[in-house]
Design a protein around this ligand. Structure first.
Ligand SMILES: C[C@H](O)[C@H](O)[C@H]1CNC2=NC(N)=NC(=O)C2=N1
Length: 95
């Protein structure tokens, strides 16, 4: 599990993400509902590759992602790696 200093350093490189308790969270506003679902599908595929899975709340075209490492009871490198991938996927669909 990462300590507070390590978490702050990684969050500084991921400006879309906010710390909330033992999770990091971000919102993605897709252009429409089908695009939101494509983003979810791409994130799901990446999560399977990494064997690390986000909590996802789908509200029409707005997605809320929350990342934590359940087995560690807090944030680990795996959360920040997946966060960076979610940012790349969201950016691809914003073009
Ligand atoms: C067996 C498998 O590796 C574990 O259940 C994985 C799967 N995906 C996971 N995802 C997340 N976010 N936290 C975990 O602890 C976790 N554990």
């Amino acid at each position: 599990m990462l300590d507070d200093t390590e978490i702050s350093a990684r969050l500084a490189e991921l400006p879309e993400w906010r710390l909330s308790g033992r999770e990091i969270r971000r919102t993605v506003a897709a252009r429409d509902f089908p695009t939101a679902i494509r983003i979810v599908n791409d994130v799901a595929a990446r999560a399977e590759e990494l064997d690390h899975h986000p909590d996802i709340d789908i509200r029409w075209r707005t997605l809320h992602f929350a990342l934590t490492t359940h087995s560690a009871g807090g944030l680990t490198e795996a959360d920040f790696a997946l966060a960076a991938d979610i940012d790349r996927i969201a950016a691809d669909y914003a073009k």
